[in-house]
Design a binder for this molecule. Sequence first.
Ligand code: HEM
Ligand code: HEM
Length: 183
Amino acid sequence: MKNERYDPLTLALHWLTVLLVLVLWSIAQIWDWLPRGSAPRHATQALHVSLGMVFILVLLARLAWRLTAGRRLAPPPGPPLVVFAARAAHGALYLLLVLMAVSGPLNRSAGGDPLGFFGLFTLPPLLAENKNLAETINDFHGTVATLILILAGLHAAAALAHHYLWRDGVLARMVPGLSPRDP
Ligand code: HEM
Ligand code: HEM
């Protein structure tokens, strides 16, 4: 497996997802500092929703590519429990990303706010306005965001351990230009 590598589209979609998750999470931290009801807070939330739609498109493209022509690589050889844990973590990350893509637009619609895309167009609401429901969905959306950060942190730590400790080329197959370390 030393010189195996994912295809360029898989690499691009993986790293674009990482960037969008970090940016979307950071934007949500920024508006927490802005006064409720203020124009900058609304603008920051509208930006989160527009970029959120980009995230949804990237996720759909990624799932479609993986299920069709995208290169899938077997996990590196290891104890069955470790191989299972890696597969389970990847599956859980996909599931959590899908939950974000579903709960985000529902959150926005239940809050009675428009699903706008960078001022270019607005999608019809998915739900009637319901502030109590919006609060519940928002709590869920925030909790799933935290779970993604925790799991992605463990996942990144495992990827770095593959590179620096086990030197088996797993990180290199997802990082353009990186060579596996000598064993
Ligand atoms: C992985 C991607 C995403 C991350 C990491 C993320 C993160 C967050 C976080 C941390 C919050 C604050 C939750 C709280 O108050 O406890 C939030 C709120 C929100 N997110 Fe996301 N989000 C993502 C995707 C989306 C998407 C796809 C949409 C919709 C297109 C969306 C729409 C919203 C809305 C409407 C709110 C509530 C804003 C308000 O308080 O009015 N998010 N998001
Ligand atoms: C928000 C952050 C991240 C998310 C949501 C995420 C998600 C994923 C998912 C779902 C896979 C499985 C790919 C597949 O088999 O279809 C994957 C693979 C991979 N990721 Fe990430 N990832 C994140 C951050 C990172 C970081 C920071 C690193 C490196 C430090 C990394 C390195 C890798 C590697 C090396 C693989 C390939 C593993 C293998 O071939 O067995 N990821 N990632």
